[in-house]
Design a protein around this ligand. Structure first.
Ligand SMILES: Nc1ncnc2c1ncn2[C@@H]1O[C@H](COP(=O)(O)OP(=O)(O)OP(=O)(O)O)[C@@H](O)[C@H]1O
Ligand SMILES: [Mg+2]
Length: 275
């Protein structure tokens, strides 16, 4: 499938993060560019996989500006202003983040939380109401509208958190393990959400982590494996990118899952087991 790449959307250079004096991730370098396919709006889907504790969530906190890098930098295209290629250092709030626990406001109902997420949008109250009701219907949350977080199922809480981030973030969205603990129907909802997000604007970029390697290979155009590197025969105990798979280059992106995808799944699992 033909495609070309243009402006840089995300640029990570020499990134490391330490908690106290313990280095958790190090030497992280990657660039993701806007992908152009004729006659199609193609936002990016980027998956991050790796064994537990290798630093996926830590990487996400750095990508979203929630922790300050110990070294290096994270630049994003300042597409909020539609000024292409105007790179800026990421700041908290630039990138929507749905964390592993789907944290919601404890004292706000689903409806109130979504209304709050739209607070900075220049829309009438009626337009906001209409938009919220539309999303609640599309995401099967109509009945949960007036419920508080402690009255929601895991899947409902997670879908509310995703909609919240869609409402208040610009072009980037980071989701930490969006598929964990969901039933087969909810998984389909999240897949549909990815499609909706990435087909609504060229710059829209979804970055997610998962322990389901098949779901990474099925959905992502670019897959990073985070693991402990082995250098000169010695394994270190910080996370870094031990493998990158560009599904576009392999001509496997935007395609139904097939035998070639299964081969990639095997490669990724092997890379994870040794790191
Ligand atoms: N706030 C923190 N303070 C100190 N250490 C932390 C903190 N958060 C995470 N760590 C440590 O950093 C390492 C990486 O954790 P992280 O949560 O990034 O891993 P992960 O790849 O997301 O794991 P999982 O797949 O289990 O979610 C772990 O050793 C963890 O104990
Ligand atoms: Mg994690």
């Amino acid at each position: 499938m033909d495609y070309s790449t243009e402006s840089t959307l995300l640029y990570v250079e020499n990134l490391s993060v330490a908690y106290g004096d313990k280095i958790v991730i190090k030497d992280i370098n990657f660039v993701e560019k806007d992908v152009i396919r004729e006659g199609d709006v193609t936002g990016q889907v980027i998956a991050v996989v790796g064994r537990s504790g290798r630093g996926k969530s830590t990487l996400f906190r750095a990508l979203t500006g929630l922790v300050k890098p110990t070294t290096g930098k994270v630049l994003i295209a300042d597409v909020a202003t539609e000024l292409e290629n105007d790179a800026k250092e990421v700041q908290e709030g630039d990138i929507g983040f749905v964390d592993q626990k789907y944290t919601l406001f404890r004292n706000k109902t689903v409806y109130q939380a979504l209304m709050f997420a739209l607070r900075n949008k220049e829309m009438t109250k009626e337009a906001k109401h209409t938009q919220i009701m539309q999303y609640l219907a599309d995401w099967g949350l109509e009945k949960a509208k007036d419920q508080y977080p402690n009255e929601l199922s895991g899947g409902q809480r997670q879908r509310t958190a995703i909609i919240e981030q869609i409402f208040c973030s610009g072009h980037y969205m980071v989701l930490d393990e969006p598929f964990s603990g969901l039933d087969v129907g909810n998984i389909q909802d999240v897949k549909n959400a990815f499609d909706l997000i990435t087909s609504s604007h060229e710059y829209n970029t979804v970055i997610y982590s998962t322990h389901d390697i098949e779901l990474a290979v099925e959905l992502a155009d670019s897959i990073y494996v985070i693991g402990y590197p082995t250098i000169d025969g010695k394994q270190h105990d910080y996370g870094t990118i031990v493998k990158h798979i560009d599904m576009k280059e392999l001509q496997l992106a935007w395609k139904d899952f097939g035998m070639d995808h299964i081969e990639v799944v095997k490669q990724i699992k092997a890379a994870m087991l040794s790191s």
